[in-house]
Each structure stands twice: as structure tokens, then as C-alpha cells.
Design a binder for this molecule. Sequence first.
Ligand code: 8YV
Length: 306
Amino acid sequence: MTRPRILALADLKPADMIDRLEADYDVIRDIADAGDVTAVVTAGNIGLSAAQMEALPDLRMIAVNGVGLDAVDMAQAARRGIRVSTTPDVLSPAVAEMALGLALACTRRIAEGDRFIRAGAWKQGGKLALGRSLTDMRAGILGYGRIGRTLADMLRGLGMQVLYTARSEKPGAPDAFRPDARALARDCDALFVTTSGGDDTRALVDGPVLAALGAQGIVVNVARGPVVQTHDLAAALRDGTIAGAGLDVFDDEPHVPQALLDAPNCVLSPHVASATEQARRAMAQLVLDNLDAHFGGRPLPTEVRT
Ligand code: 8YV
């Protein structure tokens, strides 16, 4: 039996999940060889651009290994009736955990302490400056979707007061609503960015929001780089407008602007919030399940409405 040909723009992890993909499909890696494929596997941060989609006239399905759709031309997918699946829920605990880790790394100077020891400063009698207790801070969640709510549960479990903002107030939510990013920043100390990316959320966290967060405040971004205005963030870190930042995502990955590299109060992470063995295996499984359903003529387990 001939196996369906699919284009894989991203690898599944761990490696045995790629073996499973290759067992079931004839996997093409280069879009130049993939003119006749009907399905694509991609990652949240890689997506599928308008031009790439146009180069695939027979495309019927896009399986995203991740939850972000900002890099997928969803308008074209809708127009052409192309089905799109993502991997919701299974990555939320990993991403929330990373947000918590970045906040702690920032407030408890964990990355700074590591650099301090390696530079020999401790043995020369140096002292690391005092940190601040994260659990005494009020958390603000910007984007109260699956990841934001999972993080809110985690932070509440640590005894933190949690506030959130979203497009609308969520009835029955255990956390207090604020109407916008600025009101949220004004009333919290640790601002967690967990919203989706794309035009709707671009620069939602800008200079005025950072000013509202204040000199004791920190920003953690595990969403998409452009949600936080980089120039304003770098200035706020440099001028002490805010205390620090923990960033897993950037505007032009893997390039990180020099102003952030130069900021000692900024903890940097290479877009790995969902990169745990457990989360990545579960994500890959969902990709395989969605492909299987698509080629079997069944409804997709985690289809996104286009
Ligand atoms: C991953 C992500 O980096 O879910 C997303 O949108 O950005 C991340 O989980 C990526 O998609 C891994 O394949």
C-alpha cells in the first residue's frame, strides 16, 4: 500500500515519534519537493506562510505541533477549506511551569547567582544582592486561555493573589478581572504574558504598561515575542522602570537583541517552555492522531475552527 506523502517542516520529539511518523507516511522535508502533498506538519513557531500554502495546491490539512497559529495563514486556510489542528492542553503544565521558573529565576536572582559563582565573585567575598519573594507578589495573567488558567492555578496554589485580563471577563473564574493590560499591570507585581500572538496582541505590553507595572515589577513572556514591545522593555529594564524580566520568546528567534543580552536583570530562555519529554511526546501523539483521523476520513481530535 502506498503511504500518503506529507511535508514535515518541523521535527516531532522525542526521536521515536519521528520514527512513527515515518512508518506511516512518506515524509518530505523540502517544500520544493512537496508540490503534491495534501498534509503538512509544522510547529507553532514555524507555521505555514501564505506563500508556502500557495505552493501546495492540493493541501487539505495542517497539523501544528504546538498551539500558536500566528505563523499560519489562517485566512487562506479558511478560504481553501484546509483543516488545521493544534496540540492544546497537553503542553499547558509545561509552559506554566516554565513561566513560574522564569519568574523565580528573576526574583530570586537564580541566573545571576549562577553567573556570580562562575565569575569567581563569591570566593572573592562578594555578596549577591537580596532577592524578592515571588509568593508575596500579586500575579497578573495577560491572556486567560488554557495556559494562562493553568498558570493561575499553579500560582494560586503557591498562595499568590492572581488577577487576569482577557478579551472579556470569564464568568465563574476564581481570579479577579481587569479590563486591560494597563489596569492589570497597575494592580500586579508579576505580569505573566500567556496570550496568543498575532496582530491582535502586538505590543500589548508597551512603555505605559511597563510604567504602570512599576519599579518592583517583573514581566514574564512565554507567549510570543511581539506581544511585548522590545524597545520599550529594554528601556524599562535599563532605566529601572521595572525590576526584571524572564523571556522565553523573542521577535526574531533565534536572534536576541543586544539590549536584552546586555540587561543583567533579564533572564533569557531559548523558546523551550513546552520542551519537556512529557509535553513534547504528548504533543507529537496528538499530531499523529490528527493525521490519522484526517487520512481515515474521521473528525480531527483537536481541530481548530478556521
Ligand atoms: C513550540 C509553541 O515551541 O505551541 C507553540 O505555539 O511555540 C511551542 O510550543 C513549538 O510549537 C514546538 O513544536
